[in-house]
Design a protein around this ligand. Structure first.
Ligand code: PLP
Length: 465
């Protein structure tokens, strides 16, 4: 075992953490009572905590460590860049080599003529950029009244005022006076939870056509854009029915609105192609990128736009928007090295041709487990919906998330990081996961499901809502 001893004992670290550190999306008192798990190091697909326990990280951090942990060349590139030019801005008619090289590389990798990038420090602020960018775009075209952005219930687009407003998460809207004005919502294409008696194909069309109805209701002259994740991530890895995206694309083509694909999770290989837009045949005007762009080694994100959108923006005078860290040279250099690794090691091709099909075969077999109502997977992102009644796709009588939490804890105790969203268990592992890692993942996941079924039965939780 690789014990690292240059830190305080776990209990002291936990006490200091509870005393001074406010955690995202966390009940602080509940965490303080329990003590946070302290992650101290990671290599490949494996995390190690302060007590020396190892975990297979089936979430790639937070959906981001696509190339796996412990890449020395990234550290070297970052150190070199910090020595040469640690920081300069791109505001005052200046630029620098890492931002130039990265924007050129992204133009080469992105589909269609998405050839221009406005950089941010992450996905939330990139979506804030998108709100202002699409509204400025229509103003530059002489249609300033086109302002409304249509999104979807249960979408996740980040946690800033703009990002959380675009997102469709009710508990987020309930805090801080969200959403901001001129954001509208349609329902999500979650057939398992909301499809009722419709077959998935019919349901996909019904949900897509809500976009057309919403455009008609608001007036096409008021609508700026539609935003969606190709596959919803934080909403529970919701893979849309096959009919959904072609119909959304048709509607966007027939109406004068921009299509924003939020590729923060789907981008950079996650779905088995470089971008989710390729997997689902989507032609976005704007694409949000972050997470896998740097594999989480440095904070960076961006908004990519087509030639036409860029030309319109550029003809519209000053775009009064920007971040101190837009195109940060160290983050940009790290992202470039990450993209080099993804390309030269043919990681996306290996996912597409070898590891994702292998994972899919094994993962879908979890669908036969008595606790599982549906298994779904797209490339290297998967979900299993747990249920007390398979045929009815029922929720648990005790409320959503209880059984999910039990399962999550069993995963952790068995050396697997798998997240729960309500009673859906989700994975989004590093793309460098090998077939033998996949065997380990599936073993630990099925063991966790067995233990969860036993606990849920013993605790009388196997009753339908
Ligand atoms: C994570 C995420 C974001 C927000 O990115 P941050 O870097 O956390 O600001 C936006 N959109 C999607 C789809 C995400 O998954």
């Amino acid at each position: 075992m690789n014990m690292i001893t240059n830190h305080l004992p776990t209990e002291e670290l936990q006490a200091l953490d509870a005393a001074h550190h406010l955690h995202p999306f966390t009940d602080g008192n509940a965490l303080a009572a329990k003590g946070a798990r302290v992650i101290t190091r990671a290599q490949g697909v494996t995390l190690t905590d302060s007590d020396g326990n190892d975990y297979l990280d089936a979430m790639a951090g937070l959906w981001c460590v696509n190339i796996g942990y412990g890449r020395d060349s990234i550290a070297d590139v970052a150190a070199r860049q910090m020595k040469e030019l640690p920081y300069y801005n791109t505001f005052f008619q200046t630029t620098h080599v890492p931002a130039i090289a990265l924007s050129q590389k992204l133009a080469e990798l992105a589909p269609g003529d998405l050839n221009h990038t406005f950089f941010s420090a992450g996905g939330s602020d990139a979506n804030d950029t998108n709100i202002r960018l699409v509204r400025h775009y229509w103003a530059a075209k002489g249609k300033p009244e086109k302002k409304v952005i249509i999104s979807r219930h249960n979408a996740y687009h980040g946690s800033t005022m703009g990002g959380a407003s675009l997102g469709g998460m009710k508990p987020m809207h309930a805090q801080g006076g969200l959403p901001i004005p001129d954001i509208a919502f349609i329902d999500q294409p979650n057939w398992y939870a909301e499809g009722g008696d419709l077959d998935p194909a019919e349901f996909g069309l019904e949900r897509a056509r809500q976009l057309e109805a919403k455009i008609a209701e608001l007036g096409e002259n008021k609508v700026a854009a539609f935003i969606a994740e190709p596959v919803q991530g934080a909403g529970g890895v919701v893979i849309p029915p096959e009919t959904y995206w072609p119909e959304i694309q048709r509607i966007c083509d027939e109406h004068e609105i921009l299509l924003i694909a939020d590729e923060v999770i789907c981008g950079f290989g996650r779905t088995g192609n470089w971008f989710g837009s390729e997997t689902f045949n989507i032609r976005p005007d704007v694409m949000t990128i972050a997470k896998g762009l740097s594999s989480g080694y440095a904070p960076i994100g961006g908004s990519m736009v087509t030639d036409e959108v860029a030309a319109t923006l550029n003809a519209g005078g000053d775009f009064n928007h920007g971040y101190t860290y837009s195109g940060h040279p160290v983050a940009a250099a790290v992202a470039l090295e990450n993209l080099r690794i993804l390309e030269e090691e043919k990681i996306v091709e290996t996912v597409c041709n070898e590891t994702a099909p292998y994972l899919e075969e094994k993962w879908m077999q979890l669908g036969d487990h008595p606790l599982v109502g549906q298994a779904g997977i797209c490339g290297m992102m998967g979900s299993i919906a747990m249920t007390p009644d398979k045929s009815a796709r029922a929720g648990f009588a005790g409320g959503a998330g209880q059984v999910g939490l039990i399962c999550r804890d069993h995963c952790f105790s068995n050396g697997l990081v798998m997240r729960h969203v309500g009673d859906r268990m989700i994975i989004s592992p590093p793309l460098v996961l090998t077939k033998s890692d996949i065997d380990t993942l599936i073993d630990r996941a099925s063991k966790a499901l067995d233990l969860t079924l036993k606990d849920a039965t013993d605790q009388g939780l196997m009753k339908s809502a």
